[in-house]
Each structure stands twice: as C-alpha cells, then as structure tokens.
Design a binder for this molecule. Sequence first.
Ligand code: FEO
Length: 169
Amino acid sequence: SMIDPKLEKALNAQVNKELQAWYSYLSLAAYCKSINFNGFGAYMETHAREEQAHAHRLMNYVLDRGAQIELQSIKPPKMEYDSLVEVFEHALEQEEQNTRAIYELYELAKEVNDYSTVAALQWFLDEQVEEEKVMTEAMGLVRFAGDDKSAMLALNQQFGAQAATAVEE
Ligand code: FEO
C-alpha cells in the first residue's frame, strides 16, 4: 500500500473509534427513550447516524489510497445513566476524546509526510469543532434546565423538532 503501515493501522483504529461513538450514541438514544424523552432520543439518533457516516467516510478514504481495511469488534457501550445531564456530559466528553484522537492521527500523518491524509483529516477537524460547539450548547441547556421539569420537557420537544429537521435534510 501507499500508506505508511503505522498510519494505516491508526486510520483503521479511528474507523473503530467512530463506530464506537456510533454505538455510544445509540445507547444514549435508548436511555432517553426508555425514560420517555423521545425528543432527546431522536436527537441522539441523529448523532449516531453522523458517527456512522464518519466511519464510512474514513473507510472509503483508506480504500481510495489502496490501503487495507480491518474492521475490529465494537465494545458494548455504557448503558446506565443517572440523569439527562449525565447523558449530555457523556456525549460531550466523547466528542472531546474524539477530537484528541483526530489530533494524534493528524500528527502521525505529518510525521510520515503523508500530506494527502493531512488534507483529508482537515474535514474531520472542522467537523469536531462543529460537534463540540453543538454538544457544549446542548449540554449547557440541559444542565441549566436541571430539576425544572417543565424546562426539561420544553427542551425535549425542541431537540426532537431539531432532530426531525436533520433527518429531512
Ligand atoms: Fe465522529 Fe463526533 O466524531
């Protein structure tokens, strides 16, 4: 392959991380729905679909470079949450971890002088800026609503409406 073996391995590991994030968002969606917050559930499902799309995008990049894809197993995600605040904190933390993972990948691509991969990773860096922004705002609103039941119900409805628009797009 044209790709440095170390980088090829790291790109495959990132495909797995995106799928791991997909699985985690499914778990967050399931939790929200299990406590009847279907708007938040739908919102988490749109994020799950985005993570799946990231995995596909990266996988296709690896294949375009004539490198090998090796799909690894996906671990069961955390399934128990104590509150909606914890759900959103978990989602944000996961996005922050993923940003750090993309940074490491970017550094490695630079180290082995693979400028095509550096360029391809720029899309993922921009995407992480957007995702961290969106999830920071969402987490802030949910944290602010806190114990106020009517505020939380209003947010649930708002997030559900937002998710429905995202599906149409
Ligand atoms: Fe694929 Fe949210 O990072």
